[in-house]
Ligand binder design. Sequence first.
Ligand SMILES: NC(=O)c1ccc[n+]([C@@H]2O[C@H](COP(=O)([O-])OP(=O)(O)OC[C@H]3O[C@@H](n4cnc5c(N)ncnc54)[C@H](OP(=O)(O)O)[C@@H]3O)[C@@H](O)[C@H]2O)c1
Length: 322
Amino acid sequence: MFTVTGASGHLGRLVIQHLLQRVPASAVLALTRHPERLADLAAIGVTVRHADFADPASLPAAFAGATRMLIVSTNSPMSDAHDSHRVAIEAAAAVGVAHIAYTSAQGADPAATSGLARDHGLTEAALAASDIPWTALRNSFYAEGLAQIVARSCADGTLLFPEGDAKTYWVTREDCARVAAAVLAGTTDPSGPVDVTGPEGLSFGGVAERLAALSGRAVPVRHVSAEEYIAHLAAIGMPGPVATAVGGLTAVSPAPPSARRPIRSNGSPADRRPRSMRPCAPSPDERSTQEAALFCPAMPSGWRHGSRRNAGSVTTIGPIAT
Ligand SMILES: NC(=O)c1ccc[n+]([C@@H]2O[C@H](COP(=O)([O-])OP(=O)(O)OC[C@H]3O[C@@H](n4cnc5c(N)ncnc54)[C@H](OP(=O)(O)O)[C@@H]3O)[C@@H](O)[C@H]2O)c1
């Protein structure tokens, strides 16, 4: 069965919606700590079971029958989520799962000293150490997250933004879900790490310019240091490791996704480097939120060059050669 863990989360639900456009409900297994939240899916024939990575003993029964699995990374604010992801990978191996996709993050690196990069890097290393074919979907930062940051960073008409002009390839959850569903369904089957990004790199300054263009008036910005900005993000409720990662976006502009250096697995050089997957732009009414769309505009024409159209689907996913 096509299996999604964390199925009641924002991303998990969206993935199942897209998966159901590709495979019948009877072939979908939705795993969650909150089965009662997925009664609507159970009603249309999706198998819904309880699964909690914090309760390893429960996983063999929960995972029974899974063939291809998406492990949605947990939202633990602590940087030890990789332990629970490793538990899930081992349980998947025990029941004979044939392929695992995992929601990783840009810059995942097991050699990083702390934070999200290390956590996702250690999970990728656990996947690499397993005998199961795997795909790490290195989702860029959610555009919805940026919309929330903007909404909470405006005081007296002035927007608080960090110094620096580094660009981020903000991507909507909806687009991440399209890619995850395609990989889970086996429509496209890249192996190892792949970057999943929006179509355009946008700095915080670029965000302010776009807001000004949309509103038709100047948007005053007060620039602060990265350290002050991280403290601000924490103060508006962002978990510490996420605040550090977002604040750190200002420091150095990442290389374009297709030019990133190879990941290291267990600290040693890997023989493959991340490739890029960019979902095609959905129609405006398919955007998860209008605010998110502001920062993740429609893909420019010509972008589809080199990508391939999946039969019977509006989604085009194009691994970009590196
Ligand atoms: N790219 C980005 O900008 C960005 C931003 C925030 C988070 N993330 C990552 O992407 C993931 C999905 O994003 P989202 O927006 O869907 O987050 P979300 O709505 O907060 O969902 C959290 C997810 O974690 C799962 N989870 C938590 N504890 C678990 C456990 N003990 N065992 C199994 N599953 C557990 C939840 O599953 P159930 O509740 O269904 O059990 C749910 O799917 C997050 O968890 C986080 O790792 C990425």
